[in-house]
Design a protein. Structure first.
Lengths: 223, 223
DNA sequence: AATAAAATTTAGACAAATCTAAAAAATAAA
DNA sequence: TTTATTTTTTAGATTTGTCTAAATTTTATT
């Protein structure tokens, strides 16, 4: 039997993993705000994760996932993203309504379940938000992407990922018909507020703020 | 937002519902043994369920589900059985390996998820064990389910469940081309050893022993 | 270097779900 | 109808995860 961890512990591992990826480093306060909880609760949990050897931690000095902790985090992320893919591709959910549900489904234990699901879905490489899905060994293919602020004007590109994945930004993008795989190009950048005008084929131009642009990643053939 | 109950409470509701269905009545000890827990823990939980108006309970006098408790129990059962159907029909699990996983999946909250799943599966009426799946209003179609010993002669019926689920009986039934969904009728009952002769369309008659007949359940429309 | 501010941890509490041991009530047997 | 047995409930603990308030440590500012 594979060791099982509580949903709460799995959520902490996942949060720590994400923060480690973005900044190189994580703090107690970072985790507290990511998890919508109190710093004192984070400290409590850090001790428990350390006791389970999922975390390297010395009080006041900082912490990071152990090799085992990282492995567990990647499996939760794998489950989260496969379930999101399932919800969108098989149950016709919108990409902006699957995160909450996947947040629960990711804690279902069976390894066989998730490997069968992966197979059923045809071994998808990325989830509905463009994020890579780790394989059953916890590996993923790194795709390099640029955010829209850094996409050259008039360069055709394809949306390949979203940074911030709040329901709010997804709703906004949805409304403007911007989604994974959307082909677009930047027509104008306004220096005043760094807003950007985009053109999607067969649509009238749309404008997005700097805040949004920073969170939309695209890939394009750079010759 | 629909009220949410803990997995533990949902499991208790389900257990109480099942015991109510089988016997007309449930006791603290029944629940304890069904849930693999202690009578004292059951009493603790009965008080909590009563406080939430899911249970009608007076100490030492007995208890039963309230209308609301029954409704909740039926929704958990609906989810359990739909997930079992999904696991068998879509992920190619054996019918003998899905129960444990469904025991976890049944606690996922989203109502939309389960209704979409139902639709995706084509609104199945029974789970892989032949048990009826309640619809989204908690209703199920009452089809008379009897074992083959009690099926009237010449009454067309459909195999809807197997009692004993050992590999041995499954092998025997498999050999005789009897499985879930098989349409058949009883042509003759032999008083000598209670063996039974069956007819399946386009096949020559087959005989099964009393022991086998007792473990094959069928349903038929009772007019 | 001394002080102020911020981050982190500890102390002590609470709710949920479970347990063991003991008490109380209901039921069965004598 | 007493007495014995079984069932059910209570009392008091324990574990997990969370919280507030206070103490401690680190970091930033004079
Ligand atoms: Mn989660
Ligand atoms: Mn995602
Ligand atoms: Mn369950
Ligand atoms: Mn079943």
């Amino acid at each position: 039997m594979v060791p099982q961890y509580s949903s709460s512990r799995e959520n902490y591992l996942k949060a720590i993993f994400h923060l480690q990826e973005v900044h190189g480093t994580v703090t107690t306060n970072d985790v507290a705000s990511e998890m919508q909880t109190r710093p004192a609760s984070v400290t409590d949990m850090l001790k428990k994760l350390k006791a389970q050897k999922l975390l390297l931690y010395e009080k006041y000095k900082g912490f990071k996932l152990s090799t085992e902790g990282r492995k567990v985090a990647l499996q939760i992320i794998r489950k989260h993203r496969l379930w999101e893919y399932f919800l969108v591709e098989k149950l016709r959910f919108g990409w902006d309504e699957v995160h909450e549900i996947a947040e629960e489904l990711e804690h279902i234990g069976s390894k066989k379940l998730i490997d069968r699901l992966d197979e059923f879905l045809g071994f998808p490489k990325t989830d509905p938000h463009g994020d890579p899905i780790p394989d059953s060994q916890g590996r993923w293919t790194l795709t390099r992407q640029v955010d829209l602020l850094n996409l050259p004007v008039n360069q055709q590109a394809e949306v390949s990922g979203i940074g911030d994945q709040s329901a709010e930004i997804l709703e906004l993008l949805n409304h403007k018909h911007i989604g994974l795989g959307t082909r677009l190009e930047v027509k104008k950048k306004f220096a005043f507020d760094n807003s950007i005008e985009l053109k999607i084929k067969n649509q009238s131009p749309v404008t997005i703020s700097e805040h949004v642009a920073k969170n939309v990643f695209v890939k394009y053939d750079d010759e």
